[in-house]
Design a protein around this ligand. Structure first.
Ligand code: WT7
Length: 659
């Protein structure tokens, strides 16, 4: 454990507050008492296959039943082997034969204030047409499709249309640069890209189509044959003849009849790229049946979602949270999912609360970074709106500091709404450790207890459980239906990153989350953040390697090392230590240029908050940059711990003096 994580353990230990689930909430909840939760947990533990098999049968539609719930050939798992299923069918078609046919599936609010509501019947029709348009462009089952879209209903429509015809989608966050988009399209060997002319973000228009043009220029992503463009921002764009097609044109030509393709339970549903500690982003692969069941059950129990609820998850569909908890989980449950194109911004700081009031939002799910922003903007903003419709709050993305939790509970939840703190990852598909809001007493800052079927523990690097309440590595000891199946085209990386980091003992493989954690005397988990070289900025995980590579691609930069520094609002902010090529000298202008450069290469989210020039970087004798030391320097702490592996001690003194 680094110094930083040690400190986290101590400060968190002081948190002793306990909040029981409100009785009014428990009375109406799917799981309304601790003993009910315990029963579910015990049942799943005693016989996981029976537990998941029963739920799969009760909760989902299968074209053909499986012959085996779990086939575990460590570290490769298959769930519901032989089963035939389609998640778009479960999210749409099956609701059309019920009263939900004309219920709002998606309520959408655009940043400029426009809005649309799509009922299940309307959404189904759009998805079928979109799927047929893709077929017309030659997309078949198994072909990968890149989605680079603003937060508009067509983003959801495109994802569901891909799922419908069995074409794995790979959504790339609309805030990522052309360069980052290109890398992902190349790795996924995408055949089609779905985008929009532009999207609104913070009162600006993001030129999405222009970025796609850039990514595809000079045959940058050679597998891409067509681009399907949705009109959103109305600005002038270039349409490449033979390659680019307007969605509104194709829509005129296609039928609205497109039966859902019966998919094998283990057919790939999507690939989503996430940063790793070394090298290029990993294509996390999720498959169909297990992911459908896992997102369905976690949405149902953790959000206690009911037919009368308006549910709002503020994430972007470019992240796993948007996949699992704006689209697939809620729609599989037949819920009403609200989707918002914008983010709180200086021109409209109260916009979130306006939306809660306007639509009577009942369940609200956001990230600690957003909560800290709300705190900074002031409680007069939420206080000026009627938030009494809210009945449940959720948080995800990073550990929430207890004081932010208390503010969320008091100001947004009116001390009436339980808060579910949900720990999970792109790789886990859905919630892993989270409180059942009607059943589990809350402790501010703790994600509480594992979901039924999830066997979580805190261990040392040899895989031995730590003593008492000591900090260690958070691991999962049994496969679960929502787990990633592999890293796209890289099973070795899957094996080494997730399942061999802790050496398997007697064929007992444990999943390494990469997070530090501790378990208190009640068995509650307290997550301490990433233990590897990954920075969590505003709930987005960024690999230091990618940012460093971007910096080094600038002609002035000789070498770069990037670390995270604790930040009140963003969780962590990015600090870059840079050595320059000899012809260049440090200047304010160069700092700005480098920050811009990273923005262009990766996206604004990766722009370093701080750049420090230095003559040399602290390295081990084998040439490994000692980021631990840089982290201490960046956050202004004393450099403690072992520095014996440092090659040249004077580097450290200069960094401390000069920085
Ligand atoms: C990492 C996963 C899961 C969707 C959002 C991010 C951190 C996530 C929590 C939480 C403490 C959390 C972890 C995790 N994290 N939720 N409730 N409490 N930490 O997905 O980009 O895959 O990042 O986010 O460090 O490993 P992701």
């Amino acid at each position: 454990m680094t110094q930083a994580t040690q400190a986290t353990i101590e400060s968190i230990l002081q948190e002793k507050r306990l909040f029981a689930p409100p009785p009014e909430f428990s009375q109406q909840a799917y799981v309304g008492s601790f003993s009910e939760y315990q029963q579910l947990y015990d049942k799943a533990k005693a016989n996981p296959e029976q537990f998941w098999g029963e739920l799969a049968e009760q909760e989902l539609h299968w074209f053909q039943k499986w012959n085996k719930v779990l086939d575990w050939q460590p570290p490769f798992a298959q769930w519901f082997v032989g089963g035939k299923i389609n998640i778009s069918y479960n999210c749409l078609d099956r609701h059309l034969t019920t009263w939900r046919k004309n219920k709002a599936a998606l309520i959408w609010e655009g940043e400029p204030g426009d809005s649309r509501t799509l009922t299940y019947a309307q959404l189904h029709r759009e998805v079928c047409q979109f799927a047929n348009a893709m077929k017309q462009l030659g997309i078949k089952k198994g072909d990968r499709v890149g989605i680079y879209m603003p937060m508009i209903p067509e983003a959801a429509i495109a994802m569901l249309a891909c799922a419908r015809i069995g074409a794995p989608h790979s959504v790339v966050f609309g805030g990522f640069s052309a360069e980052a988009l290109k890398d992902r399209l190349v790795d996924a060997q995408a055949k089609l890209v779905i985008t929009a002319d532009g999207g609104y973000r913070k009162d600006n228009i993001i030129p999405l189509k222009e970025q796609v043009d850039r990514a595809l220029a000079d045959n940058g992503a050679p597998t891409v044959e067509n681009v399907l463009v949705v009109r959103r921002s109305q600005q002038q764009i270039h349409m490449e003849p033979g390659r680019d097609h307007w969605w509104h044109d194709l829509k005129q030509e296609v039928s609205a009849d497109c039966p859902a393709e019966p998919m094998d339970s283990e057919d790939v549903l999507f690939i989503l790229y996430t940063s790793g500690s070394t090298g290029k982003p990993k294509g996390v692969v999720h498959t169909t049946g297990g992911y459908n069941l896992y997102t369905h059950m976690t949405t149902k129990w953790i959000f206690d979602i009911k037919d009368t609820d308006v549910y709002w998850c503020t994430a972007d569909i470019g992240w796993i949270t948007g996949h699992s908890y704006i689209i697939y989980g809620p729609l599989s449950n037949g819920a009403t999912s609200l989707m918002y194109e914008g983010v709180p911004r200086p021109s409209n700081p109260g916009c979130f609360w306006d939306i809660v009031e306007k639509y009577g939002v009942n369940i609200f799910y956001t990230a600690p970074t957003a909560i800290r922003t709300f705190i900074k903007m002031g409680e007069h903003l939420p206080k000026a709106r009627d938030l009494s419709s809210l009945r449940l709050l959720g948080t995800v993305g990073e550990p929430i500091n207890p004081e932010a939790w208390m503010w969320y509970y008091r100001v947004i939840g009116g001390e009436r709404c339980p808060i579910t703190d949900t720990w999970w990852q792109t790789e886990t598909g859905g919630h892993m450790i989270a409180s059942f809001p009607g059943a589990i007493p809350m402790k501010p800052g703790s994600a509480t207890l594992p979901f039924p079927g999830v066997v979580a523990d805190v261990v040392d690097l040899d895989g031995n459980p730590v003593k008492g309440e000591e900090g260690g590595y958070l691991v999962i000891k049994h496969p679960w239906p929502g787990m990633l199946r592999t890293v796209y085209n890289n099973p070795d990386r899957y094996r080494s990153t997730y399942w061999e980091h802790i050496p398997p003992k007697n064929e007992q493989y444990v999943y390494f989350s990469g997070d530090g954690a501790r378990k208190d005397k009640d068995g509650y988990f307290w997550i301490m953040g990433r233990v590897d070289d990954v920075i969590n900025v505003s709930g987005h995980r960024l690999g230091t390697m990618e940012i460093e590579s971007a910096l080094v691609s600038h002609p002035a930069v000789a070498e770069a090392a990037v670390v995270g520094k604790p930040d009140e609002v963003m969780g962590e902010s990015i600090v870059a230590f840079v050595t320059l090529e000899s012809k260049y000298s440090p200047s304010e202008g160069l700092i700005n240029e480098l920050r811009q450069h990273v923005s262009k290469e990766i996206g604004p989210i990766a722009r370093p908050g701080e750049i420090r020039f230095t003559d040399a970087l602290p390295k081990t004798r084998s040439g490994k940059i000692m980021r631990r030391l840089l982290r201490s320097i960046a956050s202004g702490q004393e450099v403690a711990g072992d520095t014996s592996t440092l090659e040249d001690r004077s580097v450290l003194d200069k960094l401390r003096g000069g920085a």
